[in-house]
Design a binder for this molecule. Sequence first.
Ligand SMILES: NC(=O)c1ccc[n+]([C@@H]2O[C@H](COP(=O)([O-])OP(=O)(O)OC[C@H]3O[C@@H](n4cnc5c(N)ncnc54)[C@H](OP(=O)(O)O)[C@@H]3O)[C@@H](O)[C@H]2O)c1
Length: 380
Amino acid sequence: MAGHVVEILLGKGYLVRGTVRDATKNVEHLLELDRKLPGTLKLYPAQLGDENAFDEVAKGCWGFLHIASVVVRGDETPEEQVEISKKGTLSALKSAQKGGVKTMVITSSVAAVGPTKKKHGTGQPYDESDWNDIASTHYGTYPCSKVESEKAAFQWWLDNGSPFRLSTIQFPFAFGPQQSKRVTTSNQVVQRMMSGGMPMVPSMAYNVIDIRDVAAAHVHVLESPKAFGDRFIVALKPEESGYRFSEIARVLKEYFPDYPLPSIELPLFFNRLMILIHPLFDQYNADIQSVYLGQSPYRHPGFSTNKLVKQLGFKYKHTNVRQSIKDTADSMIQLGIIDKSGQAIPPGVLYAGLLACAAAPLAVLYRCCCRKNGKKAKEE
Ligand SMILES: NC(=O)c1ccc[n+]([C@@H]2O[C@H](COP(=O)([O-])OP(=O)(O)OC[C@H]3O[C@@H](n4cnc5c(N)ncnc54)[C@H](OP(=O)(O)O)[C@@H]3O)[C@@H](O)[C@H]2O)c1
């Protein structure tokens, strides 16, 4: 996402300072933007968890966008993931204040907005007044890191006399063109599907947004004098943007029929099983169990988008999610990061595997019952 923001800023002629963890890796696309667009880009090294990480880069800047976050946990424990995000956010705020920054935007997520105990099941859309009150380090680490970081940011801002304009942005699952070979976490879904790495899709749905609109909204909010201590959700209406994984696969199949795309959606039972056994599902636990699991995407209440449009006059450009999905895949094909040689497993084989998986626990249950009944008969 940061790359798309850099592209917009350079296009507008800004002098941009960006931070990267390693200036020798995956920066060529940024340097290319610097060469071809009117603005100027300078890169600095920074790690989120380090003290004063952004002091040098923020010095004398007019605006500050804090985008980086530990999206997928590496070696960190859940507590460390939350701590790094929070520390990084506070360190960015302090550097912005020291550097004399006038306006700041912090990237959050709709994972910090919902689910909430109050609204869940009511059908009411989530809005900027909602805070996810389910996520914790035991139950949805990533949403928890976003809630904690955002709350800490607003608290710091109030405690320090609101030294500059501050806003946060929340958005859902973002697809959009890859600028480089390093695939963003959400775009990995498209990459895995197109490469045959996802023979079946989970029974899940997300609200989808185009990363280009998310990036444009970041710059819009940064530049808007009316944004002051606000949260802004960037999302499309649920009927336009609610997509099951199986629908994403179907859209891809329409545009790219030669790729080994998945054709089967796993029954709900397997979602529940995955939540129990698969570590990846930990960070999405809260979302899956309380909102997405088993619900049609169109019944998901979605998110209110009125504030950004009404208060700041933002205009969405990329509202056709099918096109966003296609553009994502096209960019990956162009970059050569889809290995088309993966084989789609024939549906017959998949169904047989599913039947075997479902039958195994039933067989165990049956045997237990038989044994119990036999014991009872013997006793009688
Ligand atoms: N994509 C979505 O669907 C989505 C939805 C809602 C919110 N968001 C938020 O949007 C922001 C951008 O995410 P993205 O989609 O662009 O995901 P991404 O591709 O995974 O980007 C995350 C960025 O954070 C950097 N980062 C991670 N840990 C870091 C650390 N310890 N120190 C310094 N930098 C670190 C990464 O640097 P490297 O390049 O060195 O790995 C990467 O540039 C994040 O705040 C994310 O939570 C994303």
